[in-house]
Write a protein that binds this ligand. Structure first.
Ligand SMILES: [Zn+2]
Length: 223
C-alpha cells in the first residue's frame, strides 16, 4: 500500500512493509510540521531518498535522529549539501532561465548534513525485499547520477525522473546527465507500470505520462 503527502509542490510517499514502513523523500523545512503529523499513523523505520537534492533530503537528518535509517545511492554521496558537484542542465530550451535560477539557488540552499545508514550500489535492487517491502529499487540516473525509483506492483515511484510539478505530466526540467536521463525515461516506458508517483505533484497514470515521454524522446532524436 502506498500513501502520499503533498504540500508546497513537494510529494513524499509511505510504502507499508511487513516489519515497519518506508518513507520515500522527506520534504522541506516548511512541510516538516504537517508531514510529521501525517507520519504519526505510520511506523517509519526506513527513509529512502530518491536523490540528494535539498527539496528531497532536507528533513533526512531529523528523521534519522528520530530513529529512522536512511538509504541513498552512493553515486549521490558528494551531492549532499553540495548541489554544484552535479550541475544541472535544462532538458528543453524553455527551461534555460529556470535552470540558471536553480543553479544559483542550489549553491546557497543546503539541507542539514546527514550520513546514510545504507549506501546503495549497483546490484542493490533487491534491498527493499530484504527489509520487508514488496518493492524493488530501480536506478533512474540522469536528473542526478544517483537518482533511483521504487517499483511496487505496477506503480513506479520515480522521484524527479519525471514530474507533475505543473499539474500535468512533464519531463523533469533539469538533469545533470541528459543522455542518462533519456535512457531512464526509456527504462520507465519498458517497465509495464500503470502509475507514476513523482517527487512533485500528484500521482499520474502511465496512460497520461507515456505520450509525453515518447514525444520528448522523439524530439531528442531529431537531427
Ligand atoms: Zn531534484
Amino acid at each position: 500500500m502506498i500513501a502520499y503527502f503533498a504540500k508546497s509542490d513537494i510529494t513524499c510517499y509511505v510504502l507499508r512493509g511487513s516489519r515497519g514502513d518506508l518513507l520515500i523523500d522527506t520534504g522541506l523545512p516548511q512541510t516538516w510540521r504537517a508531514m510529521q503529523q501525517w507520519l504519526r499513523q505510520f511506523d517509519v523505520r526506513w527513509v529512502l531518498l530518491t536523490h540528494a537534492h535539498a527539496d528531497h533530503d532536507w528533513n533526512a537528518a531529523r528523521l534519522q535522529r528520530m530513529g529512522a535509517k536512511l538509504i541513498l545511492s552512493a553515486r549521490d554521496r558528494d551531492l549532499r549539501q553540495h548541489f554544484l558537484t552535479q550541475p544541472v542542465h535544462p532538458t528543453a530550451p524553455q527551461y534555460r532561465l529556470r535552470n540558471a535560477v536553480q543553479c544559483v539557488g542550489g549553491a546557497v540552499w543546503r539541507s542539514p548534513h546527514y550520513e546514510p545508514d545504507i549506501w546503495l550500489n549497483e546490484g542493490d535492487g533487491g534491498l527493499l525485499r530484504t527489509l520487508g517491502f514488496d518493492a524493488e529499487i530501480i536506478p533512474l540516473p540522469g536528473h542526478t547520477l544517483g537518482s533511483v525509483g521504487v517499483l511496487h506492483g505496477r506503480t513506479l515511484l520515480c522521484g524527479d525522473a519525471f514530474t507533475m510539478l505543473w499539474k500535468r505530466p512533464d519531463i523533469t526540467p533539469h538533469a545533470h546527465d541528459i543522455a542518462a536521463m533519456q535512457d531512464s525515461l526509456r527504462r520507465m516506458l519498458a517497465l509495464n507500470v500503470t502509475r507514476l508517483c513523482c517527487g512533485h505533484g500528484l500521482p499520474v497514470s502511465m496512460a497520461q505520462a507515456r505520450p509525453v515521454i515518447a514525444e520528448y524522446l522523439r524530439s531528442c532524436e531529431k537531427p
